[in-house]
Ligand binder design. Sequence first.
Ligand code: IPD
Ligand code: CA
Ligand code: CA
Length: 254
Amino acid sequence: MSISTSDLERVIREAGSIALNHFKALKHIEITKKAPRDFVTEADVAVEAFLKKELTGRYPQFGFWGEESGKTENQSSRWVVDPIDGTHSFSKGQYFWSLSVALEIEGEMEFGAVYAPAFDDYYWAQKGQGAYKNGERIHVSSETNLADAMVSTGFACLRSYLTDNNLARFCRIAQVTAGQRRLGSAALDLCLVADAQVDAFWEQELNLYDVAAGALIAKEAGATVTDFKGNPGIFPKQILVTNGKVLDQILPLM
Ligand code: IPD
Ligand code: CA
Ligand code: CA
């Protein structure tokens, strides 16, 4: 599969500058509620339109699935894109949001990139070739004790008014860990595990476009990527990503 990772970085960084231009003019951009507790801005739409044009133009053999524009015909091999992950944070002028671009070929994640324009941090990975942040190789943390670990999560499930809404799980885990975070961009949360800034992340009720790129980056950095029972794989509705060393300690609490 021949893709140019350096050209993809240029495209994704350019998409990031489109997002940043809207971010700097927040007072003038339109923000709409697409569902309860779920927002979209004109920046999401503009970034996705740019990425769709550039990616399908360069690689017509691949389909496209974007959070805002949906799926094209070809879905066996496709770009899986979240143009702005962390839209609510973005709309409030907070910095923790990202662009997420993954290439899935016949069900396997082959390439993933997560770009955080406000920090100018570009995370990427190609299957079997390691994970990188701003050109430097990254690896998960060496933390072996859950009691000394920092964990992060999200509450997408609250949008669906589920009874298993992660609040009880969060309380169980918060009582036996050293630090807990809810940062607001699942794609970037996954990269923080890859970059040893967080030791474990979990969330329910996400979508593939939230996690496709970040899960590959985490896995290539040495993370475990499982469901809440420890079954290996990318399960957007129930994803648990750890540094591997605390997995056995956290599983009984999930
Ligand atoms: C959201 C972020 C957030 C997660 C939400 C997602 P969006 O993505 O990833 O961290 O908790 O469930 O929907 O909606 O801003 O693209
Ligand atoms: Ca998202
Ligand atoms: Ca989004």
